[in-house]
Design a protein around this ligand. Structure first.
Ligand code: SAH
Length: 236
């Protein structure tokens, strides 16, 4: 059993003996929700220094400080997979961000296409969901969350050496296959890609169109399936 089932993401540097305050939300979670007290163990990670065991040093009225003990897992390279998705209805977007984080994505890139319905994205809310999913799934990092960008800008800024798989329904594109090396997947909105979007994608040098099978999947399902298949048969 790992020391302390509670696992929290922090921004502070982690090393044996480090000593710092948790956020007010984390202190509330530890004290009021989980009923933890002084001396109780927990685990911490920050995306840079690996995972450490720690103990609660003080906890009182929405404030908590911790003392970091030993290294449990050194920082290690993680899946190098990015997900570009168009904001959906709130619940669907939340689900997509949570599941994509569990499936190991390194970066989440909201993209605005012609048929994207949501006019804005609550980045703070999505960051909180991604952080919670990273804590729960024992990742050593939280995915990077980019500000929304229009499709043409996403494609223009996409790194040349990173293959971008584009999930296209109702096409005779080849089935999606496991990726080796840096890759990303682009999932369209509920209304599908418009003719203009498709032209941009066809002209995108890094783009490879792929199919996810004969059925029409909801965008959030398509994202989950694509992320699983890109990592099949083994998860690195
Ligand atoms: N309204 C569209 C479906 C959009 S599905 C229609 O009826 O045709 C939302 C997104 O999920 C699509 O843009 C695509 O990126 C992805 N998707 C869904 N099913 C897919 C499939 N079978 N193959 C590839 N991509 C798929």
């Amino acid at each position: 059993m790992m020391p302390g089932s509670i696992r929290l993401f922090v921004v502070d540097a982690l090393h044996a003996g480090a000593n710092f305050a948790l956020s007010a939300a984390q202190a509330h979670y530890l004290g009021s929700v989980m009923r933890r007290s002084v001396g109780d163990a927990l685990r911490l990670f920050n995306g840079r220094d690996g995972e450490f065991s720690a103990r609660i040093e003080r906890i009182r009225r929405g404030k908590a400080t911790v003392i970091v003990e030993g290294l449990l897992r050194p920082q290690a390279p993680e899946t190098d997979l990015w997900l570009a998705f168009t904001p959906l209805k709130r619940d669907a977007t939340d689900l997509l961000v949570q599941k994509a984080t569990e499936l190991g994505v390194a970066a989440l890139l909201p993209v605005m296409t012609e048929r994207t319905n949501a006019s804005r994205v609550n980045l703070e809310r999505l960051a909180a969901i991604a952080t919670e999913a990273a804590e729960q799934s024992e990742r050593l990092s939280v995915p990077r969350l980019h500000p929304p960008a229009p499709l043409h800008a996403l494609l223009a800024d996409w790194p040349a050496e990173r293959i971008l798989f584009v999930a296209l329904e109702r096409s005779d594109s080849p089935a999606i296959r496991p990726a080796s090396g840096p890759a990303g997947i682009l999932i369209g909105p509920e209304g599908g890609f418009s003719p203009l979007d498709r032209t941009l994608i066809q002209n995108g040098h890094q783009c490879t169109q792929v199919s996810l099978g004969p059925r029409i999947l909801r965008a959030e399902t398509a994202a989950i399936v694509a992320l699983a298949l890109l990592q099949a048969p083994g998860y690195g």
